[in-house]
Write a protein that binds this ligand. Structure first.
Ligand code: ADP
Ligand code: MG
Ligand code: ZN
Length: 608
């Protein structure tokens, strides 16, 4: 089974190795055992059902929530020489006819449909008359209310198991929480499913989290580092999107906005322009991204705090799907918390509590000063092997740490002690900065020795330090009200035996130093960047003429490999990462002649 799967991987996709858990997922599908596969965004879930679909007899039905997603996947597979079709409201009459013919005469290997279409009257009966290999459910978390993207239409597919007896069902998602996994199992009524959960670490992503100072400037610095590269900028509100878009335009960066306040047509145009690389940057609210499989997003900026770690994992995860390095920068300010909290006001009490807990978790992530990768993995109950991840602002030592963190830490912790460990972070902060808040005066806490002991600093700075002390385990939040208590390690700080790490407050207009990560250096090793640019142009021309996104023709990883190995023959071309039989046939000549021409001009060696 695996032998065959590996052959297909090389022949159609031009890849040499499976990624973690792909083999297990493929075996599960090919032996027709139900499965739930949880892999991070960019982990390569599609191949887990596409390869079995090619290998097995019959038709694989893929349920997917968005038309744009289906379209890109179908286009990609056709580029690899696999007959995939889709049935949705956007296709033309002839396309529909072609799809039905291909399904009925057994030439189609994959069929993409929406959940509504799948459950439509008569459609299941139609499918039952075909030779079905299996059903794959992409973005399966949409079936769960506990996930972050619940879709009522997904609930209907809960009856599939009964309606298609004997057909195995395979669910795929990037949402890692146990609760969501269990819910998928239950809702889909899976039969003893194989559950495969991969690591949520994305080693090729670099995380940088900083307090927002001069936000426009901070964002522009990142954009400047990624000239000619694709990136997404997330803002919290529509208004922020429009403003950020104007700022970028004024500085000469080409970007387009995307938010729910725009009409559907305008949104679609902007999304397409981004996918087709007519512009490099899309500025968007969280409304953007669900249907985006673009593999060469090189940076994701959050110009405000996201609303949960799940969202952050998902949104930042849209960077570097091709496995090449991508930079994820998050700029947060205290006000973001309030903005999100305000949005929860209308919610049902239970849902609101869930949302607030998630909000507190991401706030902790932003402010604790703990390795970003470790924080994310811990949240998803996974462990990080190294104590230094080498790819986040904390581990790269980019933040400025305070010289007198011991004294400052002691001040904060003693205030918690003076308050009898009975108050939360906000209240404690107010006492430390000497606020005239009514509650403080009523409680007489303006008489404490620690009242106003940090009045030289802003409320935001002090609040962040509290969070950093919690993150490093010197303080703990306990009970329903997140009351601050002092841990054993916290007492060691008081005694002066341990020094905490507290971030220096960021002054306006100041920018942090940047270090290059190992991943960055490696993926460019031996690559001629001039040739890479040339090949990008060529790719864009071909993609435009075919009406498909550039990354569907070749991923960035393939272009870099070409600009590294510089093949001069079809045989050599086939050795390039991501070149299968069909792409060699379709594009080999064109790319080889562009490469040879460039190398002659620049006097570079071929066939390296
Ligand atoms: P997911 O759905 O898990 O977010 P995708 O299926 O979209 O991820 O895959 C992300 C990218 O990784 C795609 O460009 C895909 O071609 C590539 N990819 C998947 N598996 C492999 C592999 N074994 N080797 C190299 N690239 C792969
Ligand atoms: Mg996917
Ligand atoms: Zn780290």
């Amino acid at each position: 089974m695996l032998e065959n799967a590996k052959k297909i991987l090389k022949q159609y996709w031009g890849y040499d190795e499976f990624r973690p858990f792909q083999e297990e997922a493929i075996v599960s599908a090919m032996s027709k055992r139900d499965s739930i596969v949880v892999l991070p965004t960019g982990g390569g879930k599609s191949l887990c059902f596409q390869i079995p679909a090619v290998a097995m007899d019959g038709l694989t039905v893929v349920i997917s929530p968005l038309i744009s997603l289906m379209k890109d996947q179908v286009d990609s597979m056709q580029q690899c020489g696999i007959n995939a079709v889709r049935l949705d409201s956007s296709i033309s009459g002839p396309e529909r006819e072609y799809a039905h013919n291909a399904i009925e005469d057994g030439t189609a290997k994959l069929l993409y449909v929406s959940p509504e279409r799948m459950m439509q009257n008569g459609f299941l009966d139609y499918l039952k008359n075909q030779n079905l290999a299996m059903v794959a459910i992409d973005e399966a978390h949409c079936i769960s209310m506990w996930g972050h993207d619940f879709r009522p239409e997904y609930r209907q597919i809960g009856s599939l198991k009964q309606k298609l007896p004997g057909v195995s069902i395979h669910a795929f998602t990037a949402t890692a929480t146990k609760q969501v996994q269990t819910d998928i199992h239950k809702q889909l009524k899976l039969d003893n499913p194989k559950i495969l959960v991969g690591s949520f670490d994305r080693p090729n992503l670099i995380y940088r989290v900083e307090p927002a100072g001069d936000l426009d400037d901070q964002v522009c610095q990142v954009v400047k580092r990624h000239k000619n590269e694709s990136g997404i900028i997330y803002c919290i509100r529509r208004k922020d999107v429009d403003e950020m878009h104007s700022v970028l335009s004024a500085k000469g960066y080409k970007s387009l906005p995307y938010h729910a306040g725009m009409n559907v047509m305008a949104r679609k145009l902007n999304q397409d322009a981004f996918i087709r690389e007519k512009v490099d940057i899309i500025v968007a609210t969280v409304a953007f991204g669900m249907g985006i499989d673009k593999s060469n997003v090189r940076f994701v900026i959050h110009a405000g705090m996201p609303k949960s770690i799940e969202h952050y994992q998902q949104e930042s995860g849209r960077g570097g799907r091709d496995g090449l390095e991508a930079e994820c920068c998050l700029f947060h300010k205290g006000r973001d918390y309030g903005t999100w909290k305000y949005f929860t006001n209308e919610m049902e009490p239970q849902a609101r509590q869930i949302a607030l807990n998630k909000l507190n978790a991401i706030y902790g992530f932003c402010t604790s000063g703990v390795c970003r990768r470790k924080s994310i993995l811990t949240y998803f109950d996974q462990a990080l092997e190294n104590s230094n991840c080498g790819g986040c602002d904390v581990c790269l030592g980019e933040g400025e740490y305070m010289e007198d963190a011991l004294v400052t830490g002691q001040k904060v912790i003693s205030c918690v002690i003076r308050l009898d460990e009975r108050f939360g972070a906000d209240y404690t902060t107010l006492v430390l900065i000497g606020s005239k808040d009514k509650r403080i005066l009523e409680n007489g806490h303006d008489n404490l020795s620690t009242y106003g002991i940090l009045s030289d600093f802003t409320r935001g700075n002090v609040r962040d330090w509290v969070e950093q002390l919690v993150g490093q385990g010197y303080l703990a939040k306990t009970g329903d009200y997140n009351v601050l208590t002092v841990t054993a390690a916290g007492w060691e700080v008081i005694k002066g035996n341990i020094k905490p790490r507290l971030l220096e407050p960021l002054k306006k207009k100041e920018t942090r130093k940047r270090s290059k990560t190992k991943a960055e250096a490696q993926s460019w090793e031996g690559v001629d960047s001039g040739l890479f640019e040339e090949l990008r142009e060529l790719r864009k021309m071909i993609a435009d003429s075919k009406g498909v996104p550039a990354f569907v023709v070749f991923g960035d990883a393939s272009l870099r490999d070409m600009a590294r190995k510089r093949p001069s023959t079809g045989h050599r071309f086939l050795e390039i990462h991501g070149v299968g039989q069909k792409k060699r046939k379709d594009y080999g000549k064109t790319f080889i002649s562009a490469i040879t021409r460039y190398c002659e001009q620049e006097e570079l060696d071929l066939d390296v």
